[in-house]
Ligand binder design. Structure first.
Ligand code: NAD
Ligand code: ZN
Length: 358
């Protein structure tokens, strides 16, 4: 268990088989209405396990299921509207609970529906991707996308509880697993050099999806995210460090062709570039940046800029990043393994240089 403190504390439980543990899943339940939200890939695999477990523990509960089409394209206001309509159809009262069973798309949309229904009801996160287990299910950010951009409408709404069942990662596509591993490496890079060493020694076990290795990686990642989020719940300062690799990564995601890198892959490239930028600015050693690149590569993640991306176009995207401030380019930079800092006014020349030699 990892405890997340703050105004509304909650626990993250991690382990194989948790989704079948009805008593554990039902413990946060206050009322008699449950809406299980999932997507079209995950629901056929795991919705019955969760429904049976909850019904066994709480036969008095009225439970409906709402299934989104799988994929980012469903994270819309229309999908949100359908989810709250499902709460209305259920007759959900103020003590109802939304269970979000899926990746970050389901977690963000279901969390936002819970944040808004009757001005806020409980949400329990049941993350089924590694990315959702180590990132999106923890920290209370919920949102949907608009045509104008990702995550533009949302709310801070911490979950009541998080249950990360490592056994469901066996059905996760390889590419999605590696995308989650990029975010896992990120926690080591920004906060924990010892964790980077541990990861380097467990690459095979993690790629083979061994429960014990996965549980350890998830627990250590969540502990770092929880500590940072606890100190800065509304992203006024330190929480920005979680964006290490993301300024480059978001620009790559926005600039590339439609079937390019996924988020985690783009962040992997972004971390390599950010580390090289730090080395170029004299903050980190070249050898450390190179070691980070090698670790990501051993996890099967890309470490080079995809062909055909124009450095100038990428810099222009970075200026538009919603986390950018007025003036110069803002980056999370690296002081070497386990240490990161925010740099407000990074010279554009240095950024272009790093992009040109990537
Ligand atoms: P996702 O939810 O789209 O899941 C990826 C794919 O894996 C989907 O096709 C899904 O159906 C499938 N899948 C999920 N679990 C599976 C399983 N166990 N077995 C087989 N298939 C499975 O994507 P994601 O990477 O989990 O999340 C990305 C989203 O998370 C983005 O919308 C992003 O904005 C959001 N996000 C939010 C936060 C936050 O703090 N709230 C942080 C990071 C990312
Ligand atoms: Zn990310």
């Amino acid at each position: 268990h990892i405890e997340v403190g703050g105004d509304a504390p909650y626990a993250i439980a991690i382990g194989a088989g948790l989704l079948a543990d009805g008593d554990a899943l039902a413990a946060p339940l206050r009322g008699r209405h449950v809406l299980l939200v999932s997507d079209s890939h995950v629901a056929p695999l795991y919705a019955d396990v969760v429904r049976d477990a909850l019904r066994r523990a709480r036969p008095d509960v009225r439970l409906d299921t709402f299934v989104l089409p799988a994929g980012e394209a469903a994270k819309t206001l229309a999908g949100f509207g359908d989810a709250v309509a499902a709460l209305a159809a259920l007759g959900a009262t103020r003590d109802a609970c939304v269970y979000a069973l899926g990746g970050g798309v389901v977690g963000d949309l279901a969390g936002f529906a819970a944040a808004c229904w009757m001005r806020g009801i409980d949400c329990v996160q049941l993350p089924t991707t590694l990315l959702a287990m180590v990132d999106s299910s923890v920290g209370g950010k919920t949102a949907v996308d608009l045509p104008a951009g990702k995550n533009l409408v949302g709310a801070f709404h911490p979950p009541r509880a998080v249950f990360a069942d490592t056994s469901v990662l066996r059905t996760l596509p390889d590419r999605e697993l590696r995308a989650g591993l990029a975010e896992v490496v990120k926690y080591g890079a920004i906060a924990d050099a010892g964790f980077l060493d541990w990861l380097a020694g467990h690459i095979g076990a993690l790629l083979e999806r061994e429960d014990a290795a996965l549980a350890e990686a998830i627990a250590r990642s969540c502990a770092h995210k929880a500590a940072i989020v606890e100190r800065d719940p509304f992203e006024r300062g330190e929480r920005a460090l979680l964006n290490f690799g993301h300024t480059f990564g978001h620009a790559i995601e926005a600039e590339q062709a439609y079937d390019g890198l996924n988020h985690g892959e783009a962040v992997a490239v972004g971390m390599v570039l950010a580390a090289r930028l730090a080395a170029r600015l004299g903050l980190a050693a070249d050898a450390d940046a190179e070691a980070l690149r090698r670790l990501l590569e051993r996890f099967g993640l890309p470490a080079r800029l995809p062909h055909g991306l124009d450095p100038r176009a990428l810099v222009a995207r970075m200026r538009l990043d919603k986390k950018a401030v007025a003036g110069g380019l803002r980056f999370v930079l690296w002081d070497g393994p386990g240490r990161a800092c925010v740099a407000a006014d990074v010279p554009e020349d240095a950024v272009l240089d790093v992009l040109r030699t990537a």
